[in-house]
Design a protein around this ligand. Structure first.
Ligand code: CA
Length: 269
């Protein structure tokens, strides 16, 4: 039995070193949330254009696990049809496709949309960077890729493009609360409130998604970043400070959802 314990400890250390344990715990939290039949919000809707079904299934599973909503198109025509019908937040586009290839699809989509596109290529040398850039692709990934790498790329591209997009409409107005991201300024009942950068990001994210509950783990990931190995209590501390700073408005904007996390709502005290 001692040997068994020893092996178990070794496995745990190995998993931890490979960062697997953190991801495993994240998955556990996610599945526990699902099990309790609570709403799991999606962070973005992604169109995956891919003709190989096993790849589709794998990509879909990983993206959904990471809170993305996924739509699939199996050929170039279907991709064009679906992208015209729905405003996707991002498109993952295979190059070798039936009916119309990825280059054609990318070119067509760019005529009417600036949706972020990640192109998927079988070999790195096949990917023509210049052509990719000219056609307006935002990034590319080489097959075979690890689903985790794909998810990281998706998040990086979304972060980049959403930041660029937010520069156009960066003010949120709520009763007695104005959050101006361009000026990095928050006004509570007409008075400027002094927020730390993380408090600001947290408030901005919650206020950008009113009436949606997020777990502490989701907020950590969104506000503190993909690689942050943090304690969920960090979120509680920041929420507490935010509430103090928002108090002059007389409205409790950030609601605690017991056993789940937080949501932004307008409810006068
Ligand atoms: Ca293909």
């Amino acid at each position: 039995m001692v040997i068994l314990d020893y092996i178990c400890v070794l496995i745990v250390i190995k998993l931890f070193l490979k960062n697997e344990l953190r991801l495993f715990l994240q998955d556990l939290v996610y599945f526990a949330g699902n099990y309790l039949n609570q709403e799991v919000p999606t962070l973005a809707t992604i169109l995956v254009v891919e003709d190989e079904r096993p790849v589709c299934d794998l990509v879909r599973a990983y993206l959904e696990k990471n809170l993305f909503e996924v739509e699939i198109a199996f050929d170039g025509y279907e991709a064009l049809k679906k992208s015209a019908e729905t405003n996707f937040d991002l498109i993952i586009l295979d190059i070798m496709l039936p009916k119309a290839d990825g280059w054609t699809v990318c070119r067509e989509i760019r005529k009417s949309s600036s949706v972020p596109i990640i192109m998927v290529t079988a070999k790195a040398e096949e990917f023509d960077r210049v052509l990719g850039l000219e056609l307006g692709a935002d990034d590319y990934i080489t097959k075979p890729f690890s689903p985790r790498e794909l998810v990281a790329r998706v998040k990086a591209v979304l972060r980049r493009t959403q930041k660029a997009g937010q520069e156009k409409h960066e003010v949120l107005n709520y009763p007695h609360l104005t959050i101006d991201r361009t000026a990095n300024r928050v006004e509570v009942a007409g008075q400027e409130a002094q927020l730390t950068p993380k408090e600001f990001e947290l408030l901005w994210f919650l206020a950008s998604h009113p009436e949606r509950a997020f777990t502490r783990e989701q907020l950590l990931e969104v506000v503190w970043g993909y690689s942050y190995f943090g304690d969920a209590r960090t979120v509680d501390t920041h929420v507490r400070r935010l509430r103090d700073k928002l108090r002059p408005a007389g409205i409790s904007y950030i609601k605690t959802i017991w056993g789940r996390g937080y949501k932004f709502e307008i409810k006068e005290n």
